[in-house]
Design a protein around this ligand. Sequence first.
Ligand code: DGY
Length: 316
Amino acid sequence: MARVFVTRTYPAEVLDALSAHEVVLRDKTTPASRDTLIAALRDHDAILPTLGDMFPADLLKAAGPIRARLLANFGVGYNHIDVAAARAHGLAVTNTPGVLTDATADLALTLILATARRAGEGERLVRAGNWQGWHPTELLGMQVTGRTVGIIGMGRIGEAIARRCHFGFGMEVVFYNRSAKSPDVPARQLDSIEAVARAADIVVVAVPGGAETHHLVGAGTLAAMGPHAILVNIARGDVVDEAALIAALEAGQIAGAGLDVYEHEPAVPEALRRMENVTLLPHLGSATLETRVAMGLKAVENILALFDGKPLVSPV
Ligand code: DGY
């Protein structure tokens, strides 16, 4: 019987799908420690980790000879795993693409609408018991319908956001992608992130995380956006230079931001928490029950494929 180490509490269906094997469950909501992950690598055939369970090269080296052959990541993003180092230690890595596209795109729209229409401010006003009643100039926001959205990263999630913006809100879509793309929605590919920033009222960051996209959106992009514009990030926190974002917001260089991810999660800078024109969510992109079950089942499919000697379903 193969042994699988599961680093977190997952929906019950995920563990049920592994019932033919010995599952060692770390039934917790916080990331596993370095020592726990080293022990897991030594004593298990596969590990089902997720965001925050860090596998840098030095951890893999410190683990010495390992029994594990697979890190079946729960999540599409895998920037917490040094994939090259994992491979060098005989470990395959898989992720869960596709199944969280709609949930994450829905959340991008949540942030666009909430930030543009000042929903957070309104909610806080009502909740605090301070609402004095309707008046014609209260909390006037940006009308989203008919605006231009600029999407940075036209992968599966970027395309799903484009569809929602175009078909749902009649928005013009411009985008930046490092390779040529023809999304299934009318959209114009521009040749730089700055060009997207200049053209768009709302810029949405939807690229994968990792060294290649670290601080991809910095002071230059933010300056190009203009004082009416909104930045939304549903990708990885460090794709946006958070200090530059705070400076741009403080200087009124952009109108607001809708953030689901942060550079040093779960820390969220106090400066951002103080700002009324910023919508802050706790990395909820894929947080629907059906999506989290589907992500777990995709991770399990990869584990079962390994144990059955079949090709992995979604290797990275
Ligand atoms: C992912 O899958 O990478 C998300 O950020 C977690 O849902």
